[in-house]
Design a protein around this ligand. Structure first.
Ligand SMILES: Cc1ncc(C[n+]2csc(CCOP(=O)(O)OP(=O)(O)O)c2C)c(N)n1
Ligand SMILES: [Mg+2]
Length: 450
């Protein structure tokens, strides 16, 4: 049955108790993705083996079950939730300064979301607010691994990634309040904005999974202009089961496009627990079916999220194709501000609260690495709070849009007079067709099948 052995970076994984679904994948110690059938490279063993590295330092084992009748449905969690939180895994790449920078981004991410919650309660937000509480480590550290020519395609829980990629907290707050000087000039609200001109950011797409194909297209566009880039995007444990996720990732795999897909396994899709959404033990296993590398990280550990993303980006830039990274963590609030998440078992919340990415990283920087003194850390927090307060005030003071007087941003859609879309990295390079290669003949267009 499932996962006999995982190559370990940390403590040994316990036997899975996730046995509800049969798992046809037999896993053994390191090897490459299986050679294609008929390629002649297969070993003589009738059992194929695959390698999904797991960077985590703990392997919690629990399952969520639904019980009760329709009037009294409840979820209960079964398994061992008593373990103390694991340490932060030392990064292979991050320096002291970079770790402190990520810590600051995470703090800004969290404080901004608290400010947004308050703005919502004051009736200043148009629409809902989506939170990334508990996911800041993954969101900020992964975006921090991008290079200047790489691209980001954030989803709703990746406000932190937007900050790292250069949006100010006031931009995001203005957007949520639909202000006239917000990134979409009040034409849309919440997180639906990007910046393809300066920051290489594609706006999120609400239809789950659709952004993956767009980001694959960004990589293809860059390749046609002579450059391999990395394009980082995210999908949830729920969203990754959509058809378009499969189609897009398969396309990226076949074309060896530099897509870096982080599957944010936060254990919930709306009010449905992960255990009721898929049968594989780990979502990274799905990489095997695409023939691409898959890796598991603890999404509450910024060092793990950074290292895995950096390595995936480097592969992407070498033209070696996509990587799927499963980041395991927990959505610490409801789906959005309207959802009190009362269906989440309290024990589960408690378990993950002890794995808070910010508290643990702070402890790592102050008490383990001694890279920050308590005073340094306090000053850093005060600095973040000052920046945020100034941004909040500026955002609140911003005007609402005035369609009558705003002549610059009249349309929601571009028209041909709006702006020129030029190749970003260079002219499109067209490979001449090899002589003798099969190609469509003009006459073929006239053939109709009846
Ligand atoms: C294709 C599609 N189906 C359904 C929805 C409605 N929907 C929006 S968010 C959501 C839950 C997503 O859960 P998950 O992918 O785990 O992401 P999370 O909210 O946990 O970050 C659903 C079902 C949608 N936006 N798109
Ligand atoms: Mg989810």
């Amino acid at each position: 049955m499932a996962h006999k052995k995982r190559p370990k970076h940390g403590s040994s994984p316990k036997k899975s108790n996730k046995s509800a679904c049969p798992n046809p994948i037999e896993q053994k110690t390191p090897s490459k993705p299986a050679p294609k059938a008929g390629s002649g490279g297969a070993s003589s063993s009738p059992v194929r083996s695959y390698n999904i590295p797991d960077y985590r330092l703990e392997h919690p084992e629990f399952r969520i079950f639904m019980s009760g009748d329709s009037a009294n449905l409840e979820y209960r969690v079964e398994g061992d939730l008593s373990a103390p939180p694991p340490p932060i895994r030392e990064s292979k790449y991050l320096s002291r300064e970079q770790c402190i920078a990520i810590h600051r981004w995470m703090l800004l991410n969290r404080r901004m979301e608290v400010a947004l919650e308050n703005l919502y309660k004051q009736g200043k937000v148009v629409g809902g607010v989506y939170f990334g509480l508990g996911q800041e480590g993954c969101s900020c550290a992964s975006a921090y691994a991008l290079g200047p020519d790489d691209w980001l395609g954030p989803m709703i829980r990746n406000q932190g990634a937007m900050l790292v990629r250069g949006f100010a907290a006031r931009d995001i707050m203005r957007q949520y309040m639909a202000k006239g000087d917000s990134p979409t000039w009040g034409r849309d609200a919440s997180s639906h904005f990007g910046d393809w001109q300066r920051r290489n950011v594609c706006a999120p797409i609400s239809m789950l999974g659709e952004l993956i194909g767009v980001m694959a297209g960004v990589c293809l566009g860059a390749r046609l202009q002579g450059k391999n880039i990395a394009a980082l995007t995210y999908v949830g444990d729920g969203g990754q089961s959509t058809g378009v996720t499969y189609e897009s990732l398969n396309f990226a795999a076949v074309q060896k496009l530099g897509l870096v897909l982080i599957v944010e396994n936060n254990l919930w899709g709306y009010s449905t627990p992960a255990d009721m959404q898929f049968c594989v033990k780990d979502l990274a296993d799905r990489a095997i079916a695409y023939g691409i590398p898959g890796v598991i990280v603890d999404g509450t550990d910024p060092c793990q999220a950074y290292d895995a993303t950096l390595e995936a980006c480097e592969r992407a830039r070498r033209g070696e194709g996509p990587t799927l990274i499963e980041a395991k963590m927990m959505r610490m609030k409801g789906h959005a501000i309207h959802d009190a998440a009362q269906y989440v078992p309290a024990k589960l919340l408690e378990f993950w609260r002890a794995r808070d990415p910010i508290a643990r990283f702070e402890n790592y920087l102050v008490n383990v690495k001694h890279w920050l003194t308590t005073k340094d850390n306090r000053e850093l927090i005060e600095d973040v709070e000052r920046e945020l307060e100034a941004d909040r005030e500026a955002a609140v003071a911003s005007p609402m849009p005035d369609p009558e007087t705003d002549k610059t941003h009249q349309g929601v859609y571009c028209d041909p007079s709006c702006h020129e879309i030029k190749p970003k990295y260079g002219p499109v390079v067209v490979k001449p067709r090899e002589s003798g290669a099969a190609g469509s003949k003009e006459a073929e267009a006239a053939v109709h099948l009846k």
